[in-house]
Design a protein around this ligand. Structure first.
Ligand SMILES: *Cc1c(COP(=O)(O)O)cnc(C)c1O
Length: 373
C-alpha cells in the first residue's frame, strides 16, 4: 500500500544550510533576546515583505495578542471579526479583555464581508480583525473605508497570507498591523514563530517590551507583559527558509494548477477563483462541495481517509460553535460562514506533493461524487 498522504508537510532547508547558519551560535553563546539571527530575519522580512516595520514573536498567536495589547484598545471594546478562522483569532481578542462580534463572510472567497461588518458597528466598536483566510486577500479597501469612517483600528490575521501581494503591494502593508504565523505548517516557517508588521514605527519598542515581560529599562517594568521572544535557532530556520520561499510558492502553484485541471469542471465542486491583481501563495487547497456534487463533504472526507489521504475539515466547526463560545454566540447569525464550514474540505497541499499523488487524490474525490449521483 502506498504511504499515507498528509494534509501538509513542513518545508526545511538542507541540513548543511541550517548547520552553517547556526554554527556561529557555538561561538557567541547568545541564544535568544534579539540576537544576530533575530536581527537578520527581521531585516530579511522587511526586505521581502516590502514594509518598514516588523517585530518577531515566538508564535503568531502571541504576536496577535501583543499587537492588540500595544494598540491600547479600551477594555471590553467590541472587535468585529470572522468566525471562519482558527481558534487563535478569537482567543486573542477574548484573552486581551475585548469582546468579539462575528460578522459573516463572502461567498466567493470566504473572507469577512464588509457589508456585514458595517451593520455591526456600534459606539463600542474599537477594531476590526479580519482574516486573509487560505491566503485569499480580504476586501482591504472596503474595510479601511469603514475603519476610517468610524475611527476603528484594523489588525489583520495574515497567518495564511505570507507572500501574498496585490498589484505588487504585500498583504503586510494593509491596516494598522498584520500578524503572520511562521508555524511549521505555514508557507514560510521558523518551526514556531510569528511576526507583526505595522504602520506606526513608534510601536516597535512597545511591541518589544510587551513580548519581554513589559521591561522598559534596566531597572523598570512599565507593563504587565508576557514572554513571547523568538529564539536564535528558530530565527536561523527562518533565515534559511526565506532564501527558498519563492521557489516554495512556485512549487505549490504547480500542485494547485493540477488540482484545478482535474477538479475545475466537476459538477458541484467549488474552487476559489484567482483574485484579480493578486499574487497568490497557494497556502491551502480548499474545496467546497455543493449539492450538485452528490456526495457530502463528510463522505468525501471518509473516502479519502480510507484511501490513505488526510484531508482536513478546515474550518469546521465555526469558532462560534466551539464549546467555549457556543453559549454566548449563535452561528445562525453568520449563515454563509456556517454553510461554507459544513461543506469545505482542504486537500493536501505542500511543495513536495507529487503530481501523481494529486491525481490519486482527485481520482478518489471524483469517484465519490460519481457513485453518489
Ligand atoms: C496558524 C494560525 C494562527 C496562529 O499562529 P501560531 O503561529 O500557530 O500561533 C492564527 N490564525 C490563523 C488563521 C492561523 O492559521
Amino acid at each position: 500500500m502506498a504511504d499515507r498522504i498528509l494534509v501538509t508537510r513542513s518545508s526545511m532547508p538542507s541540513m548543511e544550510e541550517y548547520l552553517e547558519e547556526v554554527a556561529p551560535l557555538w561561538e557567541s553563546h547568545w541564544l535568544t533576546n534579539m540576537g544576530v539571527e533575530h536581527r537578520k530575519l527581521e531585516e530579511g522580512l522587511r526586505d521581502y515583505l516590502g514594509v518598514e516595520n516588523v517585530a518577531l514573536f515566538t508564535n503568531g498567536h502571541s504576536a496577535l495578542e501583543c499587537v492588540l495589547e500595544a494598540l491600547g484598545l479600551p477594555a471590553g471594546g467590541e472587535v468585529i471579526t470572522t468566525p471562519f478562522t482558527f481558534a487563535s483569532t478569537t482567543h486573542a481578542i477574548v484573552r486581551k479583555g475585548l469582546t468579539p462580534v462575528f460578522a459573516d463572510v463572502r461567498t466567493d472567497d470566504y473572507t469577512i464581508d464588509p457589508e456585514s461588518v458595517e451593520r455591526l458597528v456600534t459606539p463600542r466598536t474599537c477594531a476590526i480583525v479580519p482574516v486573509h483566510v487560505y491566503g485569499n486577500l480580504c476586501d482591504v479597501d472596503a474595510i479601511q473605508r469603514i475603519a476610517d469612517e468610524h475611527g476603528l483600528r484594523v489588525v489583520y490575521d495574515a497567518a495564511h497570507a505570507f507572500g501574498v501581494e496585490r498589484d505588487g503591494v504585500s498583504a503586510a502593508a494593509f491596516g494598522d498591523a498584520s500578524m503572520f504565523s511562521f508555524h511549521a505548517t505555514k508557507v514560510f516557517n521558523t518551526i514556531e514563530g510569528g511576526a507583526v508588521c505595522f504602520r506606526d514605527a513608534s510601536l516597535y519598542p512597545v511591541l518589544n517590551q510587551w513580548k519581554n515581560f513589559g521591561i522598559t529599562g534596566p531597572e523598570d517594568v512599565e507593563y504587565v507583559g508576557g514572554n513571547a521572544k523568538m529564539n536564535e535557532f528558530c530565527a536561523a530556520m527562518g533565515v534559511c527558509n526565506l532564501r527558498h520561499v519563492d521557489e516554495e510558492i512556485a512549487r505549490r502553484a504547480r500542485v494547485e494548477a493540477r488540482y484545478r485541471e482535474r477538479l475545475g469542471g466537476v459538477a458541484g465542486v467549488g474552487l476559489v477563483e484567482p483574485q484579480p491583481g493578486v499574487r497568490a501563495n497557494h497556502a491551502y487547497m480548499p474545496v467546497v462541495f455543493g449539492d450538485a456534487f452528490g456526495a457530502t463533504r463528510d463522505e468525501v472526507f471518509d473516502a479519502l481517509d480510507r484511501a490513505g489521504v488526510g484531508a482536513r475539515k478546515y474550518f469546521y466547526p465555526l469558532v462560534s460553535d466551539y464549546a467555549c463560545y457556543r453559549s454566548v454566540y449563535s452561528s445562525e447569525r453568520t449563515p454563509v460562514a456556517r454553510d461554507v464550514a459544513s461543506r469545505v474540505l482542504t486537500l493536501p497541499m505542500y511543495a513536495d506533493l507529487a503530481i501523481e499523488d494529486v491525481d490519486r487524490i482527485c481520482d478518489v474525490v471524483i469517484a465519490v461524487g460519481k457513485e453518489a449521483r
